[in-house]
Every structure is written in C-alpha cells, then in structure tokens.
Design a protein around this ligand. Structure first.
Ligand code: NAD
Length: 291
C-alpha cells in the first residue's frame, strides 16, 4: 500500500520504518533533513514535500508535535492533494477539540479520518509494540487497524472521533498522578527508616500496587531496571507528561469535570519542568519530594 508518513521524529522515525519493513511503500516527509535521511536509510521513499508525499497515497499517517501542526498540514498539504476516500491516521497526541475538527473537515472533503494516538515511548515505536487508541467510525477503524497493527501490539477502537485522544489523556492523567503518589510514598517510606527495596517488595504484592511502582520504580536499584537506574535519562520526558496533563486539564474544563488530582499533578509537573534543565524522565520528579 502507498502510505504517506509526515513527521519522522523520535516516534515517527521508528513507526515509518516498521511500515516499510512490513512491505508498504512509505513516502516519508519531515521538515528536518536529518530525520528524513534516517527514514530513507530505514527503507522509506523520500518525498520532496508533505504535498508530494500525499499525492497518490492511499493512506496518510501524521506524527507531529501538537494540534496546530496537524491542522496546518491537513489544511495546506493533505486536503488539496488527497484523492477521495484516502484514509488519514493522526497518531500525534493533540487536543480533543482539534482532533474532532480535523476529522469533521476531512469527512466533509470525502476523506476517511481517525485519531490514533499511542501509548509507549521511543523504544516501543522502534520495536513496533505501541498501543493505539482509535477514535472514528467503524469503517475508519476497520481500514486503520491493519496499518496500525504493523506498528503496535494492541489496536483498540475507543469510540467516535476524538475518543482516541480522550483515552490517551485520561490514561496519562492517571499515570502522572500515580507517579507522583508513588514518589511521595517512597520518599516517606525512606524517611520512616524503611529500606526502599523492602517497601517495594511489600507494596508490589499489596493494595498499593500500581504500574508506576511495580514496572517503573522511580528509585535507582529498586525493582526492575527503569530510567531511574540511568540517571533518569531516556523513558518518557517530564516535558511530554506536562504536555499531556495540560491537554487533560483543557479537556476537563471543556466538560466541567472536577479533576483535583490531575490538576495538582499538572501544577507539580509545571514546577518540575521549569526547574529541570536536563530533559529528564518524568519519574525524576521524586527528587523534588525527597528534600
Ligand atoms: P519529535 O519532536 O521528535 O518529532 C516531531 C517531528 O515532526 C519532527 O521531526 C519535526 O521536524 C516534524 N515536523 C513538525 N512540523 C512538521 C511539518 N509541518 N511537516 C513535516 N514535519 C514536521 O516528537 P515525538 O517525540 O516524535 O512525538 C510526536 C508525537 O507523539 C507528539 O504529539 C507526542 O506528544 C507524541 N508522543 C510522544 C511520545 C514520546 O515518548 N516521545 C510518546 C507518546 C506520544
């Protein structure tokens, strides 16, 4: 299948490579020459522009920083050049309102569009083990599923247009709040004189168990190997967690939802990211809770 892939950064680079590896004709474009060269080395075809990539493609995947980038590329490059019936898959994490507006505009132009954000970081993008949460019609999902399956381990139809983005930010709001709860709990356990590994062993099989503790323990030498064991490098950058928490707060305000824990998590990550100059993993927030 001829697939246009726009946005070949940390995530998109590995995803496009996996589509090419699966035998698709991937016509890749990125504003960064370096990213584009890497994609070509990984088996993609170089497109001269986003418009060039879209022309003649049966599907268009976007993996861009934010809603304004996706809306801009759709308006300037995708809508004028995509043939009727072309499938649009936006895998970026963007605000729910823009995702819905993009899909509505695409539908009005005779295109079929889904929002399909991912859970999983750069390693999962490279390994083809992402989880996709898809918003859109049954037809859109049925057409998107086999393409997304080449880049992920799970592809779930979350609901109508925008539901993928809703699921993504709800999941990450839960993750942000649970990471902070895990960090402050470990800091308290240490101050009470508990050996952190001993506490890990107890809580991992008790009612306090959660992913942030058991699979992503934020202390070096405790639990499985995590970014904490690598000076909080790699993993999921705190700045990206903050981005998702801001999107969650925006979505919560739009439906007047009361989200006190999510709101506090946003506030704490705002302060952490402003003070952190090293682009550390989001679990590094434990340092602010140990003093
Ligand atoms: P990135 O900044 O590494 O990549 C984005 C790419 O888009 C860059 O290479 C940039 O040059 C390109 N780009 C920007 N505007 C463009 C345009 N108009 N035309 C063509 N290319 C353009 O970001 P990333 O880490 O790959 O993240 C991409 C998306 O995935 C974001 O929405 C992010 O929130 C989401 N996400 C990231 C992670 C992660 O761990 N990095 C995890 C889950 C979701």
């Amino acid at each position: 299948m001829k697939i246009a892939f726009i946005g070949l950064g940390n995530m998109g680079g590995g995803m496009a490579a996996n589509l090419a590896k699966a035998g698709h004709d991937v016509r890749a474009f990125d504003l960064s020459e370096e990213a584009l060269t890497r994609a070509v080395e990984a088996g993609c075809t170089r497109a001269a522009s986003a418009a060039d990539a879209v022309t003649g493609a049966e599907a268009v995947v976007t993996m861009l920083p934010a809603g304004k980038h996706v809306a801009g590329v759709y308006e300037a490059d995708v809508f004028p050049n995509a043939a009727p019936g072309t499938l649009l898959l936006d895998c970026s994490t963007i605000d729910v309102a823009t995702a819905r507006a993009n899909i509505e505009a695409a539908t009005a132009k005779g295109l079929v569009a889904v929002d399909a954000p991912v859970s999983g970081g750069i390693a999962a993008a490279n390994a083809g083990t992402l989880t996709f949460m898809v918003g859109g019609t049954d037809e859109g999902f049925a057409r998107a599923e086999p393409i997304l399956a080449k880049m992920g381990k799970a592809v779930i139809h979350a609901g109508d247009a925008g539901a993928g983005q809703g699921a993504k930010i709800c999941n990450n709001m839960l993750l942000g709040a649970s990471m902070i709860a895990t960090c402050e709990t470990l800091a308290l356990a240490q101050k009470l004189g508990l050996d952190p590994q001993k506490f890990f062993d107890i809580a991992s099989v008790s009612s306090g168990q959660c992913w942030s503790l058991t699979s992503y323990a934020p202390l070096p030498g405790v639990g499985p190997t995590t970014p904490a064991d690598n000076d909080y490098k790699g993993g999921f950058a705190a700045a990206l967690m903050l981005k998702d928490l801001r999107l969650a707060m925006e979505a919560a305000a739009s439906v007047e939802a009361d989200v006190p824990m999510g709101s506090k998590a946003r506030e704490l990550y705002e302060a952490f990211v402003a003070a952190d100059d090293g682009g550390h993993d989001f679990s590094a927030i434990i340092k602010t809770l140990q003093d």
